[in-house]
Design a protein around this ligand. Sequence first.
Ligand code: NAD
Length: 248
Amino acid sequence: MSKVLVITGASRGIGAATAILAAQHGYAVCVNYRSKAAPAYLVADEIARNGGRALVVQADVANEEEVVRMFGVVDREFGKITALVNNAGILEHQMRVEAMSADRIARVFATNVTGSILCAREAIQRMSTKRGGTGGAIVNVSSMAARLGSPNEYVDYAASKGAIDTFTVGLAKEVAGEGIRVNAVRPGLIDTEMHASGGEPGRIERLKSSVPMQRGGEAEEVAKAILWLLSDEASYTTGTFIDVSGGR
Ligand code: NAD
């Protein structure tokens, strides 16, 4: 059976690493991006150079119409999807809660929470054995922030990832009888551009001494955990989490 995977926010960081690794494991991969096409095409080119199949599709995961269109494109180009990685996520600049605007909080929740739920909805409509699908697996990219709370930095982001943890548990139970497994990874400090977009380029360096393994993680190290959760090796694993955090 062909394996078809949609990865949101796959043009860089953890999403890009997961797309490349998944293609090596035989998945046809939809490389989703929100606004900058060029880096997404670089990921697709690398997959193609290694003999894999990739499809680049633009969609803002917070935009329902664009999400529906993306899954339609995947249906047409690759056939029914069998896996989804809800990876797209945003972090706004560090600040205490007193300074946070409603717009900022809404932006964070729209991408991190609404976007993940919308993509899961589209995936489940296609994967559910009760709807003629052949089952599948979903991995949500949560964060250690869901457990640590990110005080004085981004409690809004941490709360959005807490919502993802709850969503993972609830959805896993909801679709367990339909051939679909739902799990999450909780990355710790991973060396990606997200930290610069959160307003602090040197954040990994500053915080690495708080990590028991004394270093930041690489996107590829998270990708490996995601691939395991997607795979048949994890056939009896659902509604759970892998912390990829160097022991943090
Ligand atoms: P990143 O900023 O490099 O990647 C995030 C990707 O998501 C980007 O390509 C971005 O364009 C995309 N994206 C953002 N909003 C989107 C939207 N509305 N629609 C579609 N795509 C959108 O950061 P990353 O570290 O690779 O982050 C990937 C995931 O890992 C995120 O969910 C993030 O919260 C989570 N995470 C990262 C870390 C870390 O330390 N880097 C730690 C914990 C969790």
